[in-house]
Design a protein around this ligand. Sequence first.
Ligand code: 3HC
Length: 301
Amino acid sequence: KKPSGAPDSALAKPVSKVGVIGAGLMASQFALLFLRRLEVPVVITDVSQERVDKGLAYIAQELEKLVEKGRLSTDDRNRYLGNLSGSLDYAAFANCDWVIEAVFEELEIKREVFARIEQVVRPDCILATNTSSLSVDAIGANLEHPERLVGFHFFNPVAVMPLVEVVRAAKTSEEAVATAMKVAKNLKKTAVITSDSAGFVVNRLLGFLLGEAMRAVDEGANFEKVAKAIAPLGLPMNPFDLLELVGLKVGAHVLDSMHAFNQERFYASANLHKLAEYGKLLERDGRGKIKGYDPKAIEIV
Ligand code: 3HC
């Protein structure tokens, strides 16, 4: 059994350049956080220039919003943008000390990404995965140095949610865990070390909650009824709003992974896949405020 406490912080490696693989919803949000809190160069990549450009544009836009709100100086904004780059060429990751991925939640895709990354980074570069429901050891199984892979699981919205789960898999080295803990501290996140078990801690609970909420809807209760029934629990968001926040596709996929882990405990909803295909569950006004549930989404279920 692996130790459950935090390793000696002296084992942490310095991080002076960060690589982010993926430029989607989660990856762009944490790339922005690395820029702001670590103040180091950050390079991002994805499968197409279009996706990379979308990620870069998101980061620039979020920085602009902070400037407009008076929370960030233009000098800082310019410095962060100067530290940001995008590339389709993995060679751009050669000098990174910390490379983290948030590509699609599919074991083979993540394995392929790390196999490619391992060819270009230095032997002492720490690799991290933002996986939410796959085994970190399984992701690293084909690596030459699986000990340098650690789980580093952010929550949406990354800028606001205080927690990061640091996953200490069976093969993860104490240097990798210590580096992850230091990175989390520098990002001003609370880090919890978890074992490499399906859903770690948070998604075990969330997977159950979201799955049961979908089961209730699938069995005939409507979205509004379930949301109203659960409101007195005082959650910051009801399960359906939360599903839309994490992304219906991601949510459906996470529930499938949890269901594969334990079919009795976790419900995988076919209707959630149909909703993901349709693309939305909520209806919003012109300013993005939630008005209610989309009539077509209600029809789908
Ligand atoms: N990006 C950046 N900042 C955001 C944001 C976003 N997407 N959404 C909200 N914020 C900021 C706002 O700017 C505001 O900041 P300020 O107080 O400094 O001005 C602050 O968050 C509060 O926002 P609002 O006042 O607009 O709204 P709320 O008070 O309703 O809070 C919320 C919004 C923080 C999203 C809250 O509803 C919440 O905590 N929801 C639960 C989120 C959650 O459970 N996330 C976990 C998802 S699971 C996951 O990600 C794991 C994956 O593996 C599935």
